[in-house]
Design a protein around this ligand. Structure first.
Ligand SMILES: *Cc1c(COP(=O)(O)O)cnc(C)c1O
Length: 386
Protein backbone atom coordinates (compact mmCIF):
# COMPACT_ATOMS: atom_id res chain seq x y z
CA UNK A 1 0.00 0.00 0.00
CA UNK A 2 1.37 3.40 -0.92
CA UNK A 3 1.07 6.47 1.31
CA UNK A 4 -1.57 7.77 -1.14
CA UNK A 5 -3.72 4.68 -0.70
CA UNK A 6 -3.38 5.03 3.07
CA UNK A 7 -4.63 8.61 2.83
CA UNK A 8 -7.65 7.42 0.84
CA UNK A 9 -8.47 4.62 3.29
CA UNK A 10 -8.15 7.02 6.23
CA UNK A 11 -10.31 9.74 4.69
CA UNK A 12 -13.00 7.46 3.24
CA UNK A 13 -13.44 5.41 6.44
CA UNK A 14 -17.18 5.18 7.15
CA UNK A 15 -18.15 7.67 4.42
CA UNK A 16 -21.45 6.87 2.62
CA UNK A 17 -22.38 4.01 4.96
CA UNK A 18 -25.52 5.66 6.41
CA UNK A 19 -28.46 3.76 4.87
CA UNK A 20 -31.25 5.78 6.50
CA UNK A 21 -30.50 9.43 5.74
CA UNK A 22 -27.51 9.20 3.37
CA UNK A 23 -25.43 11.28 5.77
CA UNK A 24 -21.95 11.58 4.27
CA UNK A 25 -20.26 11.28 7.65
CA UNK A 26 -21.93 8.40 9.49
CA UNK A 27 -23.82 9.32 12.67
CA UNK A 28 -22.54 8.18 16.04
CA UNK A 29 -24.52 5.17 17.31
CA UNK A 30 -24.88 5.54 21.06
CA UNK A 31 -27.66 2.98 21.58
CA UNK A 32 -26.58 0.24 23.96
CA UNK A 33 -29.01 -2.28 22.47
CA UNK A 34 -30.53 -3.21 19.09
CA UNK A 35 -34.04 -4.44 18.25
CA UNK A 36 -34.48 -7.95 16.91
CA UNK A 37 -36.57 -8.21 13.69
CA UNK A 38 -38.68 -10.94 15.26
CA UNK A 39 -38.39 -14.19 17.20
CA UNK A 40 -34.84 -15.54 16.72
CA UNK A 41 -34.14 -12.93 14.02
CA UNK A 42 -31.09 -10.98 15.14
CA UNK A 43 -29.83 -8.12 12.99
CA UNK A 44 -26.17 -7.30 12.41
CA UNK A 45 -25.92 -5.78 15.90
CA UNK A 46 -27.58 -6.80 19.15
CA UNK A 47 -25.68 -5.26 22.07
CA UNK A 48 -23.05 -2.52 21.98
CA UNK A 49 -20.35 -4.36 23.96
CA UNK A 50 -20.41 -7.12 21.32
CA UNK A 51 -20.75 -4.91 18.27
CA UNK A 52 -21.38 -1.26 17.40
CA UNK A 53 -21.53 0.37 13.93
CA UNK A 54 -19.37 3.36 14.91
CA UNK A 55 -16.71 1.12 16.42
CA UNK A 56 -16.92 -1.23 13.40
CA UNK A 57 -16.12 1.61 10.96
CA UNK A 58 -12.96 2.39 12.92
CA UNK A 59 -11.99 -1.28 13.29
CA UNK A 60 -12.35 -1.83 9.53
CA UNK A 61 -10.28 1.26 8.71
CA UNK A 62 -7.47 0.22 11.06
CA UNK A 63 -7.45 -3.36 9.72
CA UNK A 64 -7.31 -2.01 6.14
CA UNK A 65 -4.45 0.38 6.98
CA UNK A 66 -2.40 -2.36 8.67
CA UNK A 67 -3.26 -4.94 5.99
CA UNK A 68 -4.95 -7.31 8.43
CA UNK A 69 -8.15 -9.36 8.30
CA UNK A 70 -9.61 -8.26 11.63
CA UNK A 71 -9.59 -5.09 13.72
CA UNK A 72 -10.63 -4.92 17.38
CA UNK A 73 -11.04 -1.52 19.01
CA UNK A 74 -10.45 -1.56 22.77
CA UNK A 75 -11.06 0.98 25.54
CA UNK A 76 -7.35 1.60 26.25
CA UNK A 77 -4.00 0.69 24.73
CA UNK A 78 -3.33 -1.40 27.85
CA UNK A 79 -6.51 -3.44 27.34
CA UNK A 80 -5.35 -4.14 23.77
CA UNK A 81 -2.08 -5.43 25.20
CA UNK A 82 -3.90 -7.38 27.91
CA UNK A 83 -6.07 -8.98 25.22
CA UNK A 84 -2.94 -10.60 23.77
CA UNK A 85 -2.51 -12.50 27.03
CA UNK A 86 -5.70 -14.47 26.23
CA UNK A 87 -3.58 -16.35 23.68
CA UNK A 88 -1.41 -17.74 26.49
CA UNK A 89 -1.97 -20.81 28.68
CA UNK A 90 -0.25 -21.51 32.00
CA UNK A 91 2.82 -23.18 30.56
CA UNK A 92 3.18 -20.96 27.50
CA UNK A 93 6.19 -18.68 27.21
CA UNK A 94 5.88 -14.96 26.36
CA UNK A 95 9.03 -13.14 25.17
CA UNK A 96 9.14 -9.33 25.64
CA UNK A 97 11.79 -6.64 25.10
CA UNK A 98 13.49 -5.22 28.21
CA UNK A 99 12.68 -1.68 27.06
CA UNK A 100 8.99 -2.11 26.22
CA UNK A 101 6.37 0.45 27.35
CA UNK A 102 6.40 0.68 31.17
CA UNK A 103 2.71 -0.17 31.49
CA UNK A 104 3.19 -3.30 29.36
CA UNK A 105 6.19 -4.33 31.46
CA UNK A 106 4.17 -3.86 34.67
CA UNK A 107 1.21 -5.86 33.33
CA UNK A 108 3.26 -8.79 32.02
CA UNK A 109 5.49 -9.12 35.11
CA UNK A 110 2.51 -9.03 37.50
CA UNK A 111 0.46 -11.57 35.52
CA UNK A 112 3.54 -13.76 35.31
CA UNK A 113 4.02 -13.54 39.11
CA UNK A 114 0.49 -14.90 39.49
CA UNK A 115 1.45 -17.91 37.37
CA UNK A 116 -0.69 -17.07 34.32
CA UNK A 117 2.15 -17.75 31.85
CA UNK A 118 5.96 -17.96 31.65
CA UNK A 119 7.90 -14.80 30.81
CA UNK A 120 11.30 -14.07 29.30
CA UNK A 121 12.64 -10.51 29.09
CA UNK A 122 15.41 -9.97 26.52
CA UNK A 123 17.31 -7.31 24.55
CA UNK A 124 15.85 -7.77 21.05
CA UNK A 125 18.47 -5.54 19.42
CA UNK A 126 20.81 -8.50 20.08
CA UNK A 127 19.78 -11.24 17.61
CA UNK A 128 21.86 -13.84 19.49
CA UNK A 129 19.65 -13.26 22.52
CA UNK A 130 16.61 -13.67 20.28
CA UNK A 131 17.97 -16.97 18.90
CA UNK A 132 18.56 -18.33 22.43
CA UNK A 133 15.04 -17.26 23.47
CA UNK A 134 13.54 -19.02 20.43
CA UNK A 135 15.14 -22.32 21.50
CA UNK A 136 12.63 -22.27 24.37
CA UNK A 137 9.76 -22.34 21.85
CA UNK A 138 7.72 -19.31 22.98
CA UNK A 139 4.03 -19.15 22.19
CA UNK A 140 4.13 -15.38 21.65
CA UNK A 141 6.87 -12.81 21.08
CA UNK A 142 6.15 -9.09 21.56
CA UNK A 143 8.14 -6.40 19.73
CA UNK A 144 8.10 -2.65 20.17
CA UNK A 145 10.08 -0.55 17.72
CA UNK A 146 11.15 2.25 17.93
CA UNK A 147 11.47 1.87 21.69
CA UNK A 148 10.70 4.43 24.35
CA UNK A 149 12.49 6.76 25.17
CA UNK A 150 15.76 6.00 23.32
CA UNK A 151 14.18 5.13 19.97
CA UNK A 152 16.07 1.85 19.62
CA UNK A 153 15.17 -0.12 16.49
CA UNK A 154 14.78 -3.91 16.26
CA UNK A 155 14.74 -5.98 13.08
CA UNK A 156 11.07 -6.93 12.67
CA UNK A 157 11.48 -9.17 9.57
CA UNK A 158 14.45 -11.06 11.03
CA UNK A 159 12.81 -11.65 14.41
CA UNK A 160 9.58 -12.76 12.70
CA UNK A 161 11.59 -15.25 10.63
CA UNK A 162 13.32 -16.69 13.75
CA UNK A 163 9.99 -16.75 15.63
CA UNK A 164 8.22 -18.52 12.78
CA UNK A 165 10.90 -21.23 12.71
CA UNK A 166 10.31 -21.69 16.45
CA UNK A 167 6.50 -21.76 16.07
CA UNK A 168 5.97 -18.47 17.93
CA UNK A 169 3.35 -15.86 17.08
CA UNK A 170 4.67 -12.29 16.82
CA UNK A 171 2.83 -9.16 17.99
CA UNK A 172 4.21 -5.66 17.35
CA UNK A 173 3.32 -2.54 19.31
CA UNK A 174 3.17 -0.04 16.43
CA UNK A 175 2.06 2.98 18.49
CA UNK A 176 5.09 5.20 17.75
CA UNK A 177 4.91 4.92 13.94
CA UNK A 178 1.32 3.97 12.97
CA UNK A 179 0.64 1.97 9.77
CA UNK A 180 1.58 5.08 7.78
CA UNK A 181 5.26 4.64 8.66
CA UNK A 182 5.58 0.93 9.49
CA UNK A 183 3.56 -2.13 8.43
CA UNK A 184 4.54 -5.00 10.77
CA UNK A 185 2.13 -7.51 9.17
CA UNK A 186 3.90 -7.11 5.84
CA UNK A 187 7.22 -7.73 7.63
CA UNK A 188 5.94 -11.10 8.89
CA UNK A 189 4.15 -10.27 12.17
CA UNK A 190 0.81 -11.89 13.07
CA UNK A 191 -0.69 -9.16 15.24
CA UNK A 192 -0.32 -5.37 15.56
CA UNK A 193 -1.37 -3.46 18.65
CA UNK A 194 -1.86 0.27 19.15
CA UNK A 195 -2.47 2.79 21.81
CA UNK A 196 -4.77 4.84 19.54
CA UNK A 197 -4.58 7.45 22.33
CA UNK A 198 -1.42 8.64 20.58
CA UNK A 199 -0.98 9.42 16.85
CA UNK A 200 -4.05 7.59 15.49
CA UNK A 201 -6.52 9.76 17.39
CA UNK A 202 -3.91 12.49 17.47
CA UNK A 203 -5.78 15.14 19.45
CA UNK A 204 -5.09 14.07 23.05
CA UNK A 205 -8.79 13.75 23.87
CA UNK A 206 -9.33 9.97 23.82
CA UNK A 207 -7.70 7.02 25.61
CA UNK A 208 -8.21 3.87 23.53
CA UNK A 209 -6.45 1.01 21.76
CA UNK A 210 -6.63 -1.48 18.92
CA UNK A 211 -5.55 -4.97 17.92
CA UNK A 212 -5.23 -5.93 14.25
CA UNK A 213 -4.77 -9.59 13.30
CA UNK A 214 -3.47 -10.98 10.04
CA UNK A 215 -5.30 -14.33 10.24
CA UNK A 216 -9.10 -14.45 10.65
CA UNK A 217 -8.85 -17.35 13.13
CA UNK A 218 -6.80 -15.35 15.63
CA UNK A 219 -9.03 -12.35 14.90
CA UNK A 220 -12.15 -14.35 15.77
CA UNK A 221 -10.62 -15.68 18.95
CA UNK A 222 -9.56 -12.22 20.18
CA UNK A 223 -12.86 -10.63 19.11
CA UNK A 224 -14.62 -13.28 21.23
CA UNK A 225 -12.38 -12.50 24.22
CA UNK A 226 -12.74 -8.71 23.85
CA UNK A 227 -16.52 -9.10 24.16
CA UNK A 228 -16.23 -11.72 26.88
CA UNK A 229 -14.02 -9.55 29.11
CA UNK A 230 -15.85 -6.36 28.12
CA UNK A 231 -12.99 -4.17 26.92
CA UNK A 232 -14.43 -2.84 23.67
CA UNK A 233 -14.26 0.92 23.15
CA UNK A 234 -17.22 3.29 23.61
CA UNK A 235 -19.05 4.66 20.52
CA UNK A 236 -18.09 8.24 21.41
CA UNK A 237 -14.37 7.45 21.70
CA UNK A 238 -14.57 5.44 18.47
CA UNK A 239 -16.27 8.37 16.73
CA UNK A 240 -13.59 10.83 17.83
CA UNK A 241 -10.81 8.42 16.87
CA UNK A 242 -12.33 7.85 13.43
CA UNK A 243 -12.45 11.63 13.02
CA UNK A 244 -8.82 11.95 14.09
CA UNK A 245 -7.73 9.12 11.80
CA UNK A 246 -8.86 11.00 8.70
CA UNK A 247 -6.09 13.56 9.06
CA UNK A 248 -3.39 11.10 10.18
CA UNK A 249 -1.55 11.14 6.82
CA UNK A 250 -1.21 14.95 6.72
CA UNK A 251 -0.51 15.20 10.43
CA UNK A 252 2.31 12.66 10.16
CA UNK A 253 3.86 14.60 7.28
CA UNK A 254 3.89 17.82 9.27
CA UNK A 255 5.03 16.09 12.50
CA UNK A 256 8.00 14.63 10.61
CA UNK A 257 8.88 17.84 8.78
CA UNK A 258 8.94 19.76 12.07
CA UNK A 259 11.00 17.01 13.69
CA UNK A 260 13.75 17.25 11.07
CA UNK A 261 14.20 20.96 11.88
CA UNK A 262 14.18 20.44 15.64
CA UNK A 263 16.67 17.55 15.40
CA UNK A 264 19.01 19.81 13.39
CA UNK A 265 18.77 22.47 16.10
CA UNK A 266 19.34 19.96 18.91
CA UNK A 267 22.30 18.32 17.14
CA UNK A 268 24.15 21.63 17.00
CA UNK A 269 23.24 23.24 20.31
CA UNK A 270 26.11 23.47 22.84
CA UNK A 271 23.79 22.64 25.79
CA UNK A 272 23.22 19.15 24.39
CA UNK A 273 25.28 16.01 24.79
CA UNK A 274 23.42 13.51 22.62
CA UNK A 275 20.35 13.33 20.38
CA UNK A 276 18.44 10.07 19.89
CA UNK A 277 16.55 10.03 16.60
CA UNK A 278 16.53 7.14 14.07
CA UNK A 279 16.72 9.63 11.20
CA UNK A 280 20.27 10.59 12.20
CA UNK A 281 22.96 8.66 10.31
CA UNK A 282 24.83 8.17 13.62
CA UNK A 283 21.85 6.48 15.31
CA UNK A 284 22.64 2.75 15.80
CA UNK A 285 19.30 1.73 14.25
CA UNK A 286 19.44 4.14 11.31
CA UNK A 287 19.99 1.58 8.51
CA UNK A 288 17.36 -0.77 9.91
CA UNK A 289 14.88 2.10 10.25
CA UNK A 290 15.52 3.02 6.59
CA UNK A 291 14.76 -0.56 5.56
CA UNK A 292 11.61 -1.27 7.54
CA UNK A 293 10.04 2.17 8.07
CA UNK A 294 8.76 4.66 5.53
CA UNK A 295 9.63 7.59 7.80
CA UNK A 296 11.53 8.23 11.02
CA UNK A 297 8.58 9.50 13.04
CA UNK A 298 8.36 12.47 15.36
CA UNK A 299 9.58 11.20 18.71
CA UNK A 300 13.00 12.50 19.77
CA UNK A 301 14.98 12.29 22.96
CA UNK A 302 18.11 14.16 23.97
CA UNK A 303 20.54 14.50 26.85
CA UNK A 304 21.41 17.81 28.45
CA UNK A 305 25.04 18.37 29.45
CA UNK A 306 23.90 20.10 32.65
CA UNK A 307 21.96 17.02 33.89
CA UNK A 308 18.93 17.38 36.10
CA UNK A 309 19.51 21.08 36.85
CA UNK A 310 19.53 21.88 33.14
CA UNK A 311 16.36 19.84 32.72
CA UNK A 312 14.57 21.94 35.38
CA UNK A 313 15.85 25.13 33.76
CA UNK A 314 14.68 24.04 30.31
CA UNK A 315 11.19 23.16 31.54
CA UNK A 316 10.93 26.53 33.32
CA UNK A 317 11.73 28.47 30.15
CA UNK A 318 9.75 26.63 27.45
CA UNK A 319 6.38 28.07 26.54
CA UNK A 320 5.33 26.01 23.49
CA UNK A 321 6.31 22.54 24.75
CA UNK A 322 3.88 21.37 27.42
CA UNK A 323 5.34 19.34 30.27
CA UNK A 324 3.15 16.24 30.16
CA UNK A 325 3.14 12.48 29.60
CA UNK A 326 1.74 10.94 26.44
CA UNK A 327 2.60 11.67 22.82
CA UNK A 328 1.28 11.81 19.30
CA UNK A 329 -1.07 14.78 19.68
CA UNK A 330 -1.02 17.88 17.46
CA UNK A 331 0.54 19.86 20.35
CA UNK A 332 4.22 19.50 21.26
CA UNK A 333 4.81 17.71 24.57
CA UNK A 334 8.00 17.40 26.56
CA UNK A 335 8.71 14.94 29.35
CA UNK A 336 11.39 13.70 31.72
CA UNK A 337 11.50 9.89 31.46
CA UNK A 338 13.49 9.37 34.66
CA UNK A 339 10.86 10.98 36.93
CA UNK A 340 7.75 10.52 34.74
CA UNK A 341 7.23 7.60 32.33
CA UNK A 342 10.03 5.45 33.79
CA UNK A 343 9.72 6.43 37.47
CA UNK A 344 8.72 2.84 38.24
CA UNK A 345 12.31 1.70 37.52
CA UNK A 346 14.90 2.19 40.28
CA UNK A 347 18.01 4.32 39.58
CA UNK A 348 20.17 1.31 38.73
CA UNK A 349 17.62 -0.22 36.33
CA UNK A 350 17.31 3.20 34.67
CA UNK A 351 21.06 3.40 34.11
CA UNK A 352 21.11 -0.14 32.65
CA UNK A 353 18.30 0.93 30.31
CA UNK A 354 20.30 4.06 29.35
CA UNK A 355 17.86 6.50 30.96
CA UNK A 356 20.06 9.24 32.43
CA UNK A 357 18.83 12.07 34.70
CA UNK A 358 19.54 14.61 31.93
CA UNK A 359 17.42 12.76 29.34
CA UNK A 360 14.40 14.59 27.92
CA UNK A 361 11.78 13.24 25.48
CA UNK A 362 9.85 15.33 22.99
CA UNK A 363 6.72 14.48 21.03
CA UNK A 364 7.01 17.05 18.25
CA UNK A 365 3.69 18.69 17.39
CA UNK A 366 2.45 20.50 14.31
CA UNK A 367 2.67 24.11 15.53
CA UNK A 368 4.53 26.44 13.13
CA UNK A 369 8.12 25.30 13.00
CA UNK A 370 9.58 28.81 13.34
CA UNK A 371 7.82 29.21 16.69
CA UNK A 372 8.98 25.80 17.93
CA UNK A 373 12.58 26.50 16.90
CA UNK A 374 12.55 29.97 18.51
CA UNK A 375 11.07 28.66 21.78
CA UNK A 376 13.47 25.73 22.10
CA UNK A 377 16.53 27.77 21.08
CA UNK A 378 15.77 30.54 23.53
CA UNK A 379 15.15 28.10 26.42
CA UNK A 380 18.32 26.09 25.67
CA UNK A 381 20.39 29.28 25.44
CA UNK A 382 19.20 30.30 28.91
CA UNK A 383 20.24 26.94 30.37
CA UNK A 384 23.76 26.82 28.92
CA UNK A 385 25.52 27.83 32.11
CA UNK A 386 23.42 25.76 34.50
C1 LIG B 1 0.68 4.80 25.65
C2 LIG B 1 1.22 3.49 25.20
C3 LIG B 1 0.63 2.28 25.56
C4 LIG B 1 -0.57 2.21 26.52
O1 LIG B 1 -1.70 2.77 25.96
P1 LIG B 1 -2.87 3.53 26.79
O2 LIG B 1 -3.75 4.03 25.72
O3 LIG B 1 -2.22 4.59 27.63
O4 LIG B 1 -3.53 2.50 27.67
C5 LIG B 1 1.17 1.12 25.05
N1 LIG B 1 2.26 1.13 24.25
C6 LIG B 1 2.87 2.27 23.90
C7 LIG B 1 4.06 2.22 23.01
C8 LIG B 1 2.38 3.50 24.36
O5 LIG B 1 3.01 4.63 24.02
Amino acid sequence: MSQDQAATIAVRAGINTDKHHSAVVPPIHLSSTYRLHGYDQKGEYDYSRSGNPTRSSLATALADLEGGSTGIVTNTGMSAIHLLCQLLNKDDLLVIPHDCYGGSYRLFTHLHQRGLFRLLVIDQTNLDEVRVAMQQKPKLTLLETPSNPLLRIVDVAKICELAKQAGSLVAVDNTFLTPLLQKPLSLGADIVIHSTTKFINGHSDVVAGAVVCKEPQIGEKLTWWANCIGITSSPFDSFLTLRGLKTLPVRIQQHQQNTVSLVALLSEHPAIDAVHYPGLACHPGHQLARQQQSGFGSMVSFELKGGIEAVKCLFDHLTLFTLAQSLGGVESLISHPSTMTHAGMDAEAQLVAGIKPGLVRVSVGIEHIDDLVADLTSALDKCLTV
